[in-house]
Design a protein around this ligand. Structure first.
Ligand SMILES: [Fe+2]
Length: 398
């Protein structure tokens, strides 16, 4: 499908979704980010519609569909959409015994209902805010500050996290992630007029010897609960030819824990549909302070860190940044191969519902499918998804 120019995009969008649809840049960064108006994601997509939406993500790296249909939108609509981009991954936190299942091969059990995140969220402001009734899908991770919150609680703020890519360390890394926003904070009453004040993050996420300019870029985080993104495709494209050629040959050793043998994954991702190249998670410690940093094949630990830090300083330049303000009703999708992101400072405990964040996240891996259900074979699912998982068949019934 031809999506080269804005006119091509609008033509295809109107042809497939109707004359009321349109698109606009998400921010001042024209290369990354597009808002797509007028698409109702509670309806299943026909093949060409799915191809267009996958194509839009390939083109813009972050796409957002506002005004998704309250009260009819459900988590299953998000999960059905996710299946077009890849196979949804169940989230370990939804299980009572995921670690034992993985290590000791005991049968896996979901959390009992009284410990499930939706149940805990629903206790915060029971009169005003309740999770969607199908929020307990194993594939959904709920990003929220409702757990432990309530009218009598004292507000708490946590500092921002670190720039990272979700699940970049597995042999088949996550391709795509998405949020459905049921509630986003609307208060802006910090002393500076933001949702929160910028408080320092916990220590230990970044190496103490990081360069000053990199540290400054890392710490320049938004304060209204935005997810901050950096475009690693544009950052790659802007490098001189000789640097791009050199990066094309770099292999990164990714692994869960230091001491694991891990596996080698190319630093440069080549999009199989467009041929566009991007830097896949060019971050030394994508998972922060607890887990093994990545290594460049053939480099020492220190050389690897300096190599990654130079790339991180490049991709975090303002011109590659886009900070997405979440709004109630948004479905926002991002490519994990072509962006890195960051969770900024946020209220982690709240005492009024206007400060609530309630977002449902689904991540997926593998290649897109334009028609559903997906046809991933059992061997691929068993090798790449733990626990092996497929979305329920009824999600795909018309
Ligand atoms: Fe993340």
């Amino acid at each position: 499908m031809n999506l080269k120019t804005t006119a091509d995009i609008e033509l295809n969008l109107k042809r497939l979704f109707g004359q009321e649809t349109s698109t606009a840049p998400l921010g001042s960064n024209k290369r990354m980010g597009r808002r797509i108006f007028g698409v109702d994601l509670t309806r299943p997509l026909i093949e060409e519609q799915a191809e267009l939406i996958v194509g839009l993500l390939d083109r813009f790296k972050v796409i957002s569909f506002p005004d998704q249909g309250s009260p009819s939108f459900r988590v299953r609509h998000l999960e059905r959409l996710a299946n077009h981009f890849g196979a949804p991954i169940p989230h370990p936190k939804n299980y009572a015994n995921y670690i034992d299942y993985k290590k000791k091969k005991v049968p896996l059990a979901l959390l009992p209902i009284d410990r499930q995140t939706p149940t805990l969220c629903n206790q915060a402001f029971p009169e005003t805010l309740q999770c969607l009734d199908d929020a307990n899908s194993p594939a959904v991770y709920i990003v929220t500050n409702l757990v432990g919150s309530g009218p009598d609680r004292e507000e708490e703020i946590m500092g921002g996290l670190h720039w990272h890519t979700d699940i970049e360390f597995e042999p088949t890394p996550l391709s795509t992630s998405m949020f459905y926003v049921q509630a986003a904070p609307t208060t802006r009453n910090s002393p500076e007029g933001h949702w929160v004040e910028n408080i320092p993050r916990e220590t230990g996420f970044y190496h103490p010897d990081s360069a000053a300019d990199l540290t400054e870029r890392r710490n320049d985080l938004p304060l209204n609960g935005e997810t901050a993104y950096a475009d690693t495709a544009a950052a790659y494209a802007d490098l001189p030819d000789d640097q791009r050629d050199a990066l094309d040959n770099i292999m990164i050793r990714r692994r869960l824990r230091k001491g694991d043998p891990g596996w080698l994954i190319p630093l440069v991702y080549v999009n199989p549909r467009t041929g566009e190249k991007s830097l896949h998670s060019p971050i030394w410690a994508s998972r922060g302070k607890n887990i093994a940093p990545a290594e460049v094949d053939g480099m020492s630990d220190d050389e690897s860190r300096l190599f990654f830090d130079r790339l991180e300083a490049h991709i975090l330049k303002t011109k590659y940044r886009y900070d997405h303000v979440h709004k109630t009703g948004d479905v926002t999708i991002w490519s994990n191969f072509s962006t890195v992101h960051n969770a900024p400072p946020a209220k982690s405990i709240i005492n009024r519902p206007e400060d609530a964040r309630l977002m449902y996240r689904i991540s997926c891996k593998g290649e897109p499918r334009y028609s559903l259900p997906r046809d991933d074979d059992d061997a691929w699912v068993n090798d790449n998804i733990l626990p092996p998982y497929r979305s329920p068949a009824e999600y795909f019934e018309a």
